[in-house]
Design a protein around this ligand. Structure first.
Ligand SMILES: [Fe+2]
Length: 181
């Protein structure tokens, strides 16, 4: 299930707050400018469905978000636990970084762990099937897909020149829990 844990950024052992009700998670994240929504498929999405079929099932929500936020492109990424590059893919965004555009991901299937570092707090967000998270431009964060990654996600982009992580060089991500789904 979806879960939010909030920590002081110097106390990774003991969360200050744990929430698993969607409304509670959305409320806490809204305080720091992070959108968290739950979307329902308009039709079933079968395993192995192609990108067009995936997007067709969520067309109304996709179109709404694109209109609201001005995204220029939308794609679908799918990673299975036996992916030959899974270790390299996992490692890519495991350290604290930010982007110069919003990071917006909708989980069609599977799960992943976004952890956000805002002032002296750390917000660990377990995203599962049906969850949309929108991490604002320049918010420091990291993402862990776990040792056996399994998810299908819809990604939204505004910049045409690809997805760039700007790394802060801190070791904070290594002090907080890694993803063990
Ligand atoms: Fe990121």
């Amino acid at each position: 299930m979806s879960r939010l844990r909030i920590f002081a950024d110097d106390h990774p052992d003991e969360p200050l707050l744990v929430a698993d009700a969607h409304a509670d998670i959305a409320r806490e994240l809204a305080r720091i400018g992070v959108a968290f929504e739950q979307w329902q498929a308009s039709q079933p999405v079968a395993p192995g469905a192609d990108a067009d079929e995936v997007m067709a099932a969520y067309r109304a929500d996709i179109d709404r978000l694109v209109a609201e936020r001005g995204f220029r492109s939308v794609d679908v990424v799918s990673i299975a636990p036996d992916h030959p590059q899974r270790e390299a893919m996992r490692a890519k965004f495991l350290d604290e970084h930010f982007h110069r555009e919003d990071e917006v991901r909708f989980f069609v299937a599977g799960s992943g762990l976004f952890t956000l570092h805002v002032d002296d707090r750390v917000y660990e967000v377990q995203c599962v099937q049906g969850d949309l998270i929108a991490v604002p431009d320049r918010m420091t964060h990291w993402f862990d897909m776990g040792p056996e990654p399994s998810f299908i996600a819809i990604r939204f982009f505004t910049e045409p020149d690809g997805w760039v992580g700007h790394f802060t060089g801190t070791d904070i991500a290594q002090r907080f829990p890694r993803y063990q789904p």
